[in-house]
Design a protein around this ligand. Structure first.
Ligand code: B12
Length: 330
């Protein structure tokens, strides 16, 4: 990924990536603090150094150039950098209280954390609840603290139906909801389908929060969810069916586990695409899946065969059937 950075940041960026690669926590913190000393604003350090470096980490993992362990080590370093920047700057809250949370099942806490810190720098009094907050607990927290708004993060499009449930649960507390994260699509198009206010990043979130009545929600434009409900009900059966048709005799136990997980992602992404009635959600997922599998030496014809098996079973599911038939496996 090519990040567009100011000259000072530009020269620091490769060194920062090297620190992530070496899991060099102190080196990475030194780089971030030196940038602050040089007058680079803290939000710039968070959004133009830490955030693109994390996206780069994701691409290395996606292409199988980095292991999960390397990604975890790098993410830990970035978390420490965010904490160090936050301690160094210590902004004072001058604006209302807002709550930032990852929806249930969402483990990408760092993006939401970056958003929280940048909002703090902009004067908001932020409570960051972290990863995977179960909706009932979030709701009771909102009842108790009655913030100006709750910001919900979703990083994976396949989780959109669950995101909508979390949004609806929060709305019943009368606390305005603002969402963000890659899960809502690059341009937030699936947030508009769900009829919820969306911000592309933390700076945009701050502007939206400053707008009165930003969550005067438009109605969601979801088609009837009978087909989605049918897919959810058939989830286990679909995974079993696809597993039956694969020749797993030469797979190691770890490969079988990974295959089961991938089949779960396929069914969940298909169901999410049906939910928002958008073939591009499934198409983007398939592009990502093919890159992940191809870089790990999995022959892509197995994906094509799996889609045939699922499409055959899902003849009575018009949208799911069309999305499977329209998916380009390459
Ligand atoms: C670190 C990481 C993890 C860590 C997270 C740890 C942590 N403490 O956060 C762990 C190991 C848990 C993880 C798990 C998984 N991950 Co992951 N992960 C990443 C990675 C490398 C970095 C995340 C990050 O910090 N990004 C940096 C932030 C700043 O980027 P950002 O999301 O664009 O955020 C900006 C905006 O979107 C916005 N924003 C974000 N959130 C919010 C919220 C609000 C309210 C607002 C207003 C704005 C906003 O503002 C941010 C700042 O500008 C990303 C790569 C990537 N491109 O992000 C993959 C990535 C998101 N993960 C991915 C995947 C597939 C997974 C797993 C499914 C992997 C697996 N097989 O288990 C699981 C799912 C776990 C789950 N159920 O949540 C894929 C998603 C692919 C896709 N097309 O859906 C990615 C893109 C990697 C890749 N290139 O393939 N992951």
């Amino acid at each position: 990924m090519t990040a567009v950075l100011s000259p000072t940041l530009e020269s620091a960026y490769p060194d920062y990536l090297r620190c992530l690669d070496a899991a060099d926590e102190h080196g990475a913190i030194d780089i971030a603090l030196a940038l602050l000393d040089d007058g680079v604003p803290a939000d710039e350090v968070l959004l133009s150094l830490v955030a693109p470096a994390q996206a780069q980490v994701g691409e290395w993992w996606q292409r199988n150039e980095w292991s999960v362990a390397q990604e975890h080590a790098a993410t830990h370093v970035s978390e420490r950098v965010v904490a160090a920047v936050s301690v160094a700057v210590r902004p004072r809250a001058t604006r209302d209280r807002v709550v930032v949370a990852c929806m249930d099942g969402e483990w990408h806490a760092l993006p939401a954390r970056l958003v929280s810190e940048v909002l703090r720098l902009d004067g908001w009094d932020v409570t960051f609840l972290g990863a995977s907050v179960p909706s009932p607990h979030l709701v009771s927290y909102l009842h108790r603290h009655d913030p100006r708004a709750v910001l919900l993060a979703c990083a994976l499009p396949m989780r959109l139906p669950l995101a909508f449930q979390a949004i609806e649960a929060c709305r019943r507390t009368d606390v305005p909801v603002l969402v963000g994260g890659r899960g809502f699509g690059a341009d937030g198009r699936w947030a508009s389908k769900l009829g919820v206010a969306y911000a592309t990043d933390a700076r945009a979130a701050s502007s939206v929060l400053a707008t009165a009545a930003f969550d005067s929600a438009s109605a969601p434009s979801l088609v009837d969810d009978t087909e989605y409900a049918g897919l959810v009900a058939a989830r286990v059966e679909l995974i079993d069916l696809a597993l039956d048709r694969l020749d797993l005799s030469r797979y190691s136990p770890a490969q079988v586990d990974a295959t089961v997980a991938d089949l779960g992602y396929i069914v969940d992404s298909l169901a999410a695409a049906v939910y928002v009635d958008d073939a591009t959600l499934f198409g983007e997922f398939v592009g990502w899946l093919c890159e992940v599998l191809d870089s790990r030496g999995v022959p892509l014809h197995t994906v094509g065969r799996t889609f045939d098996v699922l499409a055959d079973r899902l003849r009575d599911f018009p949208r799911a059937h069309a999305f499977l038939r329209g998916a380009a496996v390459s």
